[in-house]
Design a protein around this ligand. Structure first.
Ligand code: HEC
Length: 112
């Protein structure tokens, strides 16, 4: 059982490495996300309606992995599933790199 889990993890890591993300490419792909995962102050626009996680500054592989999990249906949030379904592996990698590079002093995304 443990061995299975380990093999699955290795498989996942190998797969994730095939696609190299680019923060620059990601900048043009996050316009979909900014409405909810607002970047400048890391707060959602509708904090009373949704509890939206902060994704700026998180690990790129974690972000891409979460998006893949929504796409595959392993994570269930309906809006995130619909959005992730429209993203390619390359998009997810780019978006992961983009968000990972964000800090509180990052300039606002001009495409916002
Ligand atoms: C309509 C609002 C909305 C939009 C648009 C949206 N998200 Fe989300 N996102 C959410 C909510 C709400 C959650 C928490 C869902 C859950 O609990 O599974 C979430 C969760 C996530 C997570 C998981 C975070 C974690 O800590 O586990 C990632 C990664 C993410 N979104 C990335 C994106 C990206 C990238 C885009 C654009 C392509 C995007 N989201 C667009 C509302 C949104």
């Amino acid at each position: 059982m443990t061995l299975c889990a380990a093999l699955a993890l290795v498989g996942f890591a190998a797969q994730a490495q095939d696609v190299k993300g680019s923060a620059q490419a990601g900048q043009g792909k996050v316009w979909l996300c900014i409405g909810c995962h607002a970047i400048p102050d890391y707060r959602a626009d509708y904090p009373l309606v949704y509890k939206v996680p902060m994704i700026g500054g998180q690990n790129a592989a974690y972000i891409a992995g979460s998006l893949a999990a929504y796409k595959k249906g392993e994570r269930k949030h309906p809006t995130m599933r619909a959005i992730a379904a429209s993203l390619s592996d390359q998009d997810m990698a780019d978006i992961g790199e983009y968000y990972a590079a964000q800090t509180t002093s990052s300039p606002k995304n001009p495409l916002k």
